[in-house]
Design a protein around this ligand. Structure first.
Ligand SMILES: [Zn+2]
Length: 447
């Protein structure tokens, strides 16, 4: 079915890594983006109207697109004329039956894990999928050799991952599979590379430490969720393997770590423009993304609700591609606390994460939720249950202390024991804000 072969995609991605930098990269991005805009304008009524006849060369200042707009106008958004109802029906049906062989107009349809209430639909053509996988491999394991085996864990299967090529053996693993089955399959398959979300890799590390998992991958690659530093350290320790990270959005590749562990925007795939997240903090930005390759569901000036910290320093790997110092979580998961004058101040998910991790080293897992302004509900797991009361007390103190430093008050703060597992296949969020406020949009976040 696919015309593009994964090895070709891999080689092409290697070539782009080596050649596209500086002026040459800019010229290449410009060329691809303008050609993309012209093609999309012909086939997507949504974009055609949005751009209202503006020249393709002005693409860097086109209006931005939100996930909500993309989902609401899905029927007119894609370039293949698939309706949202049909795509949703196929995707839900595939999830229910755990059979992802269905395609719509030759495209694979899937649900991207929704973090802010609404689930996203994605639609990708066979070549787009192949290029995605080939590029991830090229960037995550540049030293791929014939015979290498790669285990890919994904929330939803798609046709791509069941193909094997003559060079690389791919095996797809469904995130919904029972862990014992997964461990047995991995012991049998003995992959050199395991790609999966960090919550799954953490479970595999447990199995490794128990001695149940005998596979000895030389590299792990974290995808689909934020990889926190303590999780990375733990994976490196358990597997004695290098840990890479892929950062993506609606199945498009945004950034991948290099051999020096720096997360670089994949500028041959995605053009990242940025906006300040808050005028209070010039170091944090939210990205506006343009995917130079996706045509089925074009991502052009797409506003991604994530908070990033950028790093302007050059990387020892020699790549000029933009470095991301940290992905700090979803903008939707900013928590809000009242200052002395009762106005609300944002506290970033990363600050809450750090507060919890530094509060007490007996904490093994946690989740923090905010259900109303000024409050915090913290769930923690501790190694020895006898320590819980003491840990809870120190956590409350640390929370009060952090908010004092922000000039804010902490209202109700509960600490409870035990962290329930996420739903299978659901995206893990360690800090989440479940309420939505009107005032967030107006004075504080205006940039
Ligand atoms: Zn680098």
């Amino acid at each position: 079915m696919s015309r593009l072969d994964i090895v070709t995609a891999y080689v092409a991605a290697r070539w782009r890594t080596a050649t596209l930098h500086g002026q040459r990269l800019r010229a290449w991005q410009e060329h691809r983006a303008t050609a993309l805009v012209e093609r999309v304008r012909e086939r997507s009524p949504f974009y055609r109207e949005l751009w209202a006849g503006a020249p393709a060369s002005a693409w860097r200042s086109f209006p931005t697109v939100s996930k909500q707009a993309m989902m609401e106008d899905f029927d007119r958004f894609t370039t293949v004329g698939v309706t949202r109802d049909l795509a949703m029906q196929v995707a839900l049906d595939a999830e229910r039956r755990r059979d992802f062989s269905a395609v719509v107009h030759g495209c694979t349809v899937g649900l991207s894990s929704g973090t802010s209430g609404h689930r996203g639909l994605f639609l990708v053509g066979p070549d787009e999928q192949t290029r995605w996988a080939g590029t991830i491999l090229a960037r995550a394991i540049p030293d791929l050799r014939p015979g290498h085996r790669v285990a890919f864990f994904l929330r939803a299967n798609s046709r791509l991952y069941e193909r094997t090529s003559a060079v690389v053996q791919f095996r797809f693993f469904d995130l919904m599979q029972p862990l014992d089955d997964v461990v047995a399959s991995l012991n049998d398959f003995r992959p050199r590379l395991i790609v999966g979300p960090p919550s799954l890799l953490g479970l595999l590390a447990d199995a490794k430490e128990r001695g149940a998992l005998r596979a000895t991958p030389s590299r792990l690659v974290s995808v689909a969720e934020v990889l926190e530093p303590q999780d990375r350290a733990r994976l490196e320790r358990s597997f004695q393997a290098a840990v890479g990270e892929v950062y993506q959005c609606t199945e498009g590749l945004v950034a991948v770590t290099c051999r020096h562990g720096a997360l670089h925007v994949q500028e041959d795939v995605m053009v990242m423009q940025t906006e300040l997240t808050s005028p209070l903090d010039p170091t944090r930005v939210t990205p506006i993304l343009t995917d130079l390759w996706r045509q089925t569901q074009p991502i052009i000036r797409y506003r991604l609700g994530d908070i990033l910290r950028l790093d302007a320093a050059p990387c020892a790997c020699g790549s000029s591609w933009q470095r991301i110092a940290a992905v700090e979580g979803r903008q939707d998961d900013i928590c809000w606390f009242p200052r002395g004058d009762d106005t609300l101040r944002p506290v970033f998910p990363d600050a809450i994460r750090r507060m919890i991790l530094l509060a007490d080293d007996r904490i093994t897992e946690y989740r923090a939720e905010q259900h109303a302004a000024g409050t915090l509900e913290i769930h923690v797991a501790v190694r020895d249950p006898r320590d819980f009361a003491d840990v809870a007390m120190r956590l409350r103190e640390a929370a009060h202390e952090m908010l004092r430093e922000y000039g804010c008050r902490l209202g109700a703060c509960s600490v409870s024991e035990g962290v329930s597992a996420s739903l299978p296949g659901a995206k893990r969020r360690r800090v989440m804000c479940t309420w939505r406020v009107q005032q967030v949009t107006a004075p504080v976040l205006a940039t």
